[in-house]
Design a protein around this ligand. Structure first.
Ligand SMILES: Nc1ncnc2c1ncn2[C@@H]1O[C@H](COP(=O)(O)OP(=O)(O)OP(=O)(O)O)[C@@H](O)[C@H]1O
Ligand SMILES: [Mg+2]
Length: 201
């Protein structure tokens, strides 16, 4: 399996293995938040494997369903074809989606909606996650991907985080050759879109 990382901040080397999926080593720049998160480890290993999107979405849905129910939030997950597949690291992909879902749960009031889609467009898999929560002002929209930046306080004090989830998630997505984008309007909700390289057809 071959792949390329489009992120100029992540250099990588490959290691070929007879057995399992290829291991790709990414050397992140020293200023990246992941280096902080990994306490200076400076090197994160990713697997470049076939990630069946449907299986990943089923797994994260099962993990967050109890919290959504507890908060009276509706989860709308798509009926994705078994064929839709990304070349990525399955664990990291799940981690990104769980970070995004944790935020959606935190910033959406009771009775709200969290809706996912999964679309294959040319060489990309796009997974937009929309919530009907408090939204983010235009002024804060790009800053929230910086480490420790928070726009608003969580609706419940016990949900208060530190401001690292999005910084880590975007860096992980970019290191896998994808991206993480946001659109939002204060008071009207947010859509975070995870983009990953699609499996060759
Ligand atoms: N779905 C969302 N709706 C509204 N605001 C959001 C949403 N997701 C993120 N934000 C804003 O972006 C900020 C940064 O998010 P991020 O996930 O990096 O940190 P956090 O959730 O505050 O803490 P952590 O993820 O480290 O527990 C949040 O504090 C919040 O202000
Ligand atoms: Mg978060």
């Amino acid at each position: 399996m071959t792949r390329s990382a489009s992120n100029p901040g992540a250099l990588h080397s490959r290691q070929h293995s007879e057995q399992g999926p290829q291991v790709v080593r990414y050397h992140t720049l020293s200023s990246g938040p992941l280096n902080f998160a990994k306490a200076g480890a400076g090197r994160i290993e990713f697997r470049a494997e076939r990630v069946v999107i449907r299986r990943t979405l089923d797994a994260v849905r099962e993990m967050i369903a109890p919290q959504a129910e507890e908060k009276a939030l509706r989860l709308d997950f798509p009926d994705v074809s078994q064929e839709l597949c990304a070349v990525a690291d399955e664990d990291r992909t799940r981690q990104i989606l769980l970070n995004l879902l944790a935020d959606a749960l935190k910033f959406t009031g009771a009775g709200g909606l969290i809706a996912l889609e999964a679309i294959g467009i040319a060489g990309e898999v796009r997974i937009p996650m929309r919530d009907t929560g408090i939204g983010i002002s235009a002024a804060k929209l790009e800053q929230i991907f910086e480490p420790f930046v928070q726009a608003e306080r969580a609706l419940r004090p016990s949900d208060q985080g530190v401001g690292l989830g999005l910084a880590i998630s975007r860096q992980l997505a970019r290191a896998m050759g994808g991206n993480l984008r946001v659109k939002s309007e204060l008071g009207a909700g947010s859509t975070f879109t995870l983009i990953l390289p699609r499996c060759p057809l």
